[in-house]
Design a protein around this ligand. Structure first.
Ligand SMILES: Nc1nc2c(ncn2[C@@H]2O[C@H](COP(=O)(O)OP(=O)(O)OP(=O)(O)O)[C@@H](O)[C@H]2O)c(=O)[nH]1
Ligand SMILES: [Mg+2]
Length: 324
């Protein structure tokens, strides 16, 4: 009996290293030229690469960390020859998908039937593999200029597109986002919401941020990770929400453009304060663990006063939540 117990403990110990959770598979698919790789690069704020992008060859994989969880991102190049090869080998390309993002270029009207038809193919692969990941359809390239110049026409197109997408299948979990790389916050909001759905601790983070906002008397707080994803936020009202979501991308980009030397980093406190619309935007990098990717805090306040201790307390709670 005792020997058995010892053996099973040994067995358990041996198994331990393998208990690390599998990365969650996040699949980007859609026709060629839809904008999949651009979306991925914009979250990494690699704007210069977007300008010279060539079509993705086959399946490109990247693993990144979101709130301590490994996400395996698959960018399926959408040229016809690749699409045929994915459909021939669904086990390799579609199986294990936990979240699917299907990107449609809404500006390319002649190709919409083709985009819908491939959407149907993708859903069929999921059905055959007996998996039911939520599918987030990005109605993409809905650029700010279009919203300004042809709002009615675009809104009608969107209604029609949604009907067409839902019309080809009775798949349950289909959700829509309107996105554009020229409206960076549309991408940030969509991707943050989608990835947070994978993450059971998001409510706890939200609560921590709410408490922190009250403590420092802030009208709004956004916490962002290094992939530009909002991991939690608090907004006093719609106006603060708008101010913060619209300006978050610019602070991230501005922050990237200051490359401190290691000497500077140690000597100065790393913070930006911008005064606009009678309010103060405070942007601050938070390092939770040495040598791991930082988080960023954007805070909206009536006054620029900010206690270092409050931030430290907040960072410590966040660290505890994320490390558990
Ligand atoms: N107007 C506009 N153009 C975009 C947007 N997103 C991407 N593009 C452009 O669309 C083209 C194709 O973008 P990619 O990201 O390479 O498309 P893809 O879906 O990865 O294409 P494949 O790799 O062939 O599957 C590029 O010229 C981008 O600059 C957008 O939101 N608005
Ligand atoms: Mg691509």
């Amino acid at each position: 009996m005792e020997k058995n117990l010892k053996q099973s403990i040994l067995y358990l110990k041996k198994e331990e290293p393998e208990q690390k959770p599998e990365p969650s598979k996040l699949l980007f698919t859609g026709l060629d030229d839809a904008g999949k790789t651009s979306i991925i690069l914009s979250l990494q704020r690699e704007f210069s690469k977007i300008a010279v992008l060539s079509p993705t060859r086959g399946a490109q994989r990247r693993v990144f960390n979101f709130l301590g969880k490994e996400i395996s991102e698959w960018d399926l190049g959408g040229q016809i020859s690749y699409r045929i090869s994915y459909l021939k080998n669904p086990g390799k390309f579609f199986d294990g998908t936990e979240i699917a993002i299907y990107v449609i270029d809404i500006q390319n009207k002649p190709r919409i039937p083709e985009a819908i038809s491939y959407f149907k193919d993708v859903v069929e692969q999921f059905n055959e593999l007996e998996i039911e990941p939520p599918i987030y359809v990005f109605l993409h390239k809905y650029d700010p200029a279009l919203r300004r110049g042809a709002l009615n026409e675009m809104e009608n197109l969107i209604i029609d597109l949604k009907e067409q997408v839902k019309g080809v299948t009775d798949y349950k979990e289909i959700y829509f986002y309107e996105t554009s790389i020229y409206n960076f916050s549309s991408i940030i909001s969509a991707m943050s919401e989608i990835l947070l759905s994978l993450y059971p601790k998001s409510e706890l983070i939200e609560k921590t941020i709410f408490e922190f906002a009250k403590k420092v008397n802030s009208a709004g707080v956004v916490v962002i990770d290094d992939n530009s994803l909002i991991i939690g936020s608090y907004y006093r009202n719609d106006e603060t929400k708008h101010l913060l979501t619209a300006s978050t991308p610019y602070f991230l980009v501005l922050n990237d453009s200051f490359q401190p030397t290691s000497v500077m980093e140690n000597r100065y406190e790393d913070k930006m304060i911008v005064q606009r619309f009678g309010k103060h935007f405070i942007f601050k990098k938070i390092t939770l663990k040495k040598d791991s990717a930082p988080y960023y805090l954007l805070l909206l306040k009536d006054d620029p006063v900010f206690q270092k201790e409050d931030l430290e307390t907040f960072a410590n709670i966040l660290k505890e939540i994320l490390n558990k």
